[in-house]
Design a binder for this molecule. Structure first.
Ligand SMILES: Nc1ncnc2c1ncn2[C@@H]1O[C@H](COP(=O)(O)OP(=O)(O)OP(=O)(O)O)[C@@H](O)[C@H]1O
Length: 292
């Protein structure tokens, strides 16, 4: 059990170097970060700043070079049943139906642990509850290739939730979906977050998405990847949010603060300022020439 004051996840002095074809690449440097129990934390930042690498290390899918990751105070040395990842590309088994996909990993795990009949019955109950939660009841016997991207991602999330993971690690889960489907998925994931009481670490490029969903947004800066800033998000509780919120001045102000940080960390801000100076110079030169 995790006392409320203890972080669910603690990242301490984490560094990551990749070695490819005799060359070293410094991907992450001295990352210190804590994720609280039942917190929704979003990671944003320029492409290549190391968001996915950090998430994969927390998931135990990638090794670290320096520092440590603790979950409930215990060091992470690989994947664990307490942490489940959801990726952008759904990774469903095409030969299994929706309900079979949702149950598959849990069945494998149960088999490995020599589960009892009571375990099997509770797994069936759980899979039906998740079908209902994710709005998948009507397609439970369909195969993934008959489903839209949004429905496939619902199946992938239901499958991830089957084992009641304490930590859900989501790597741009809605990145391949159209704008309308993303909005539906945002409200759905807030429902899941509220009902399942998980801790979520969510990687995204979309600052709107990060501000709408997260309790805190971490901006990572590149070369090598490090924490630039951490932003507390002040919005109504998850189930009281609706899409119109994204147009409210307070929401836009929080989004702008984060976007400005990302621009600063990537040099885009410098480029924009240089463009502005050049435009002003060209305009001044043109008006001087007209005056001649
Ligand atoms: N297995 C690997 N071997 C070598 N370099 C890698 C490997 N995985 C990632 N990298 C490099 O590490 C850096 C961080 O990659 P990562 O995918 O974590 O960034 P990201 O912020 O998630 O990017 P994006 O937003 O584009 O998905 C990149 O420069 C990438 O090329």
């Amino acid at each position: 059990m995790n006392p409320a004051s203890e972080p669910k996840i603690a990242v301490r002095g984490l560094g990551k170097h990749f070695y490819t074809k005799g060359r070293e690449f410094h991907a992450l440097d001295n990352i210190d970060l804590e994720v609280r129990p039942n917190e929704f934390l979003a990671l944003v930042g320029a492409s290549g700043c190391g968001k996915s690498t950090l998430l994969r290390i927390i998931g135990g899918l990638e090794t670290l070079t320096e520092g440590e990751i603790l979950v409930d105070g215990r060091a992470v040395h690989g994947p664990g049943r307490d942490r489940v990842m959801v990726f952008q590309d759904y990774s469903l088994y095409p030969w299994l139906t929706v309900i079979e996909n949702i149950r598959f990993c849990r069945q494998l795990d149960a088999h490995a642990r020599g589960a009892t009949t009571a375990d099997a019955a509770s797994a069936v109950d759980r899979s039906y509850a998740l079908l209902a939660l994710m709005g998948l009841e009507k397609v439970k016997d369909s195969y993934p290739n008959a489903l839209s991207g949004g429905m496939r991602q619902r199946v992938a999330i239901a499958r991830a939730l089957m084992s009641r993971p304490e930590v859900l690690l989501m790597d741009e889960p809605f990145g391949a979906l159209d704008a309308q489907t993303r909005e539906v998925m945002h409200d759905l994931i807030l429902h899941v977050f509220e009902l399942e009481k998980t801790t979520i670490v969510f990687v995204t490029h979309d600052v709107d998405e990060a501000v709408y969903l997260a309790d805190r947004v971490v901006v990572l800066a590149p070369n090598p990847g490090h924490v630039d800033s951490i932003h507390d998000i002040d919005l109504p509780p998850p189930l009281e949010r609706d899409q119109d919120l994204k147009l409210a001045p307070d929401f836009l102000a929080q989004k702008k603060t984060i976007l400005d940080r990302i621009r600063q960390t990537t040099g885009v801000q410098r480029d924009l300022e240089m463009l502005e100076r050049m435009t002003r110079h060209l305009r001044d030169t043109a008006s001087t020439n007209q005056g001649d």
